[in-house]
Design a protein around this ligand. Sequence first.
Ligand code: SF4
Ligand code: SF4
Length: 74
Amino acid sequence: MCYRPQTERMFKQHIQVDAEVCVLCGRCVELCPRNALGADTEGIVVDDALCVGCLLCEMRCPMQAISHINQRLF
Ligand code: SF4
Ligand code: SF4
């Protein structure tokens, strides 16, 4: 597979949390290396300005409540 960094930079992962599936265990909030996740009255919220799209939260959520979409930047 050919790696083309100029293409990679055109996209950013946008993290989504399914509030119907999330059990508010807090694991993703603890794991996030950027402190981009927090909880409010609506459930888990993502700060897009801090998130770097590492997908650690998605991989480690025990409920598979987290997913991502590739957001085109330009
Ligand atoms: S790890 Fe999953 S279930 Fe736990 S708080 Fe985060 S999104 Fe919710
Ligand atoms: S993708 Fe990485 S940086 Fe973004 S919220 Fe999840 S763990 Fe944090």
